[in-house]
Design a protein around this ligand. Structure first.
Ligand SMILES: [Zn+2]
Length: 160
């Protein structure tokens, strides 16, 4: 567990960093290819007034949805959050601005949970090799996954 006093953390411009393993982040471990390991390097930097910058770097094994083989998914993301007094303020702020996510100040804020949440958000919705190493498996794919560009053009013309 990594807990921070958010008001102090921001005011002092504190920096915390570390790395988490699958044992630390069981929800993330459940989303990646089973029985594979990963390490999430994280860095949290507080800033006045009430900002938190979070950087996450990792590389996880996902299952390619085309060939079902393993694929490496590098993750390198950074986020800025702003702490506010309460949930109502956080909601109002989030409706106003897309750039910065609002979080509620806490004496015992669970940084580990936030890191796991953001890692889950950073995972690709669908993992696909650019070129599947095992090309034989592709034969099972339906051919018409993508619309034929000429078909699309024809439809556009007929609409005009
Ligand atoms: Zn693949």
């Amino acid at each position: 567990m990594k807990h921070i006093d958010t008001a102090r953390f921001c005011k002092e411009g504190a920096i915390l960093s570390g790395s988490f393993t699958p044992a630390d982040l069981p929800r993330l471990a459940g989303e990646v290819l089973p029985a594979t390991s990963f390490s999430v390097a994280w860095r949290a930097h507080g800033g006045a007034p009430n900002f938190l910058d979070l950087t996450l770097q990792s590389s996880v094994q996902m299952k390619c949805q085309r060939c079902l083989g393993a694929m490496e998914e590098p993750i390198d993301v950074s986020y800025r959050f702003q702490f506010v007094a309460d949930e109502a303020t956080a909601q109002a702020q989030d409706e106003e601005s897309d750039d910065v996510d609002s979080l509620v100040h806490a004496r015992q804020f669970d940084l580990q949970e936030l890191i796991e949440d953001e890692m889950l958000m950073a995972l690709p919705f669908v993992s696909l090799h650019e070129t599947c190493p095992n090309a034989g498996a592709i034969a099972f794919l339906p051919a018409a996954d993508k619309p034929n560009p000429f078909e699309v053009l024809k439809n556009l013309k007929s609409m005009a």
